[in-house]
Design a protein around this ligand. Structure first.
Ligand code: PLP
Length: 233
């Protein structure tokens, strides 16, 4: 028996990686919110480089304690008054949770002021719950068709993020993911939007539902508890 055992986090990370398609087209965001820096370090040491956090304060505190080659994703509800603090880190690879046009414009303004380009996903609301944030499919489609995104100077819309209903009913979950996928593909295939470059990311799927999300076309999954264990709030 080996004396140096892989950590449980490394083992669970490997298990998740083993369940993703072998061709590598699905990227894994390890969602480390509410977990300490040491837990992130274990996943990092096992090779993971892409991490997701949902609170600005927590992310800003973690960034300087961890290696510089981590690709940080912001996945939580973002208040406009926190945008500047988030972008000022200079370390945010992707803001996945742009849930209003107003927030998008605020991100663009602060990115311009800071002289950076913000990469973002627009959050689509497809779940049954009233409490989830995001554009409805109709709102999103009309926002894209309005062409208002062409006025962005410092923001790159890279795709969509969605969450399915929080239910054991897999047919409902799959229907939510398929609606998100259809909305994504309709935008990508709309000839009126063919100047929309690099709109290629569909982020959907969490610990409990990521295989279903992948079957519906997700190419980015955000997995937390299946890697890090239960969160202690
Ligand atoms: C917390 C969170 C996740 C990860 O959830 P798990 O069920 O722990 O995998 C994914 N996406 C978002 C937006 C989250 O807030």
């Amino acid at each position: 028996m080996s004396t140096s055992q892989a950590s449980p986090i490394a083992e669970r990370l490997q298990h998740v990686l083993d369940t993703l398609p072998a061709d590598g087209h699905v990227r894994l965001v390890a969602v480390s919110k509410f977990h300490p820096v040491e837990a992130i370090r274990q996943a990092y040491d096992a090779g993971q480089r892409r991490f997701g956090e949902s609170r600005v304060q927590e992310l800003v505190a973690k960034i300087p304690q961890l290696p510089d080659d981590i690709e940080w994703h912001f996945i939580g509800h973002l208040q406009t008054n926190k945008v500047k603090q988030l972008l000022s880190t200079g370390r945010i690879a992707l803001i996945e949770s742009i849930d209003t046009e107003r927030l998008l414009m605020a991100v663009d303004r602060h990115a311009r002021d800071l002289g950076v380009t913000a990469r973002v996903l627009l959050q689509l609301h497809v779940a049954a719950e009233e409490t989830k944030f995001g554009f409805s499919p109709d709102e999103l489609t009309s926002f894209m068709n309005s062409g208002a995104w062409r006025n962005l100077t410092s923001t790159h819309i890279c795709g969509l993020m969605a969450m399915a209903s929080n239910t054991d009913d897999t047919r409902r979950v799959l229907a939510d993911f398929e609606l998100a996928s259809d909305t994504f593909n309709a935008i990508r295939n709309n000839p009126l939007l063919d100047d929309l470059r690099g709109f290629d990311t569909l982020s959907m799927g969490m610990s409990g539902d990521y295989p279903l999300a992948i079957s519906a076309g997700s190419n980015m999954v955000r997995v937390g508890s299946a890697i890090f264990g239960d969160r202690v709030y």
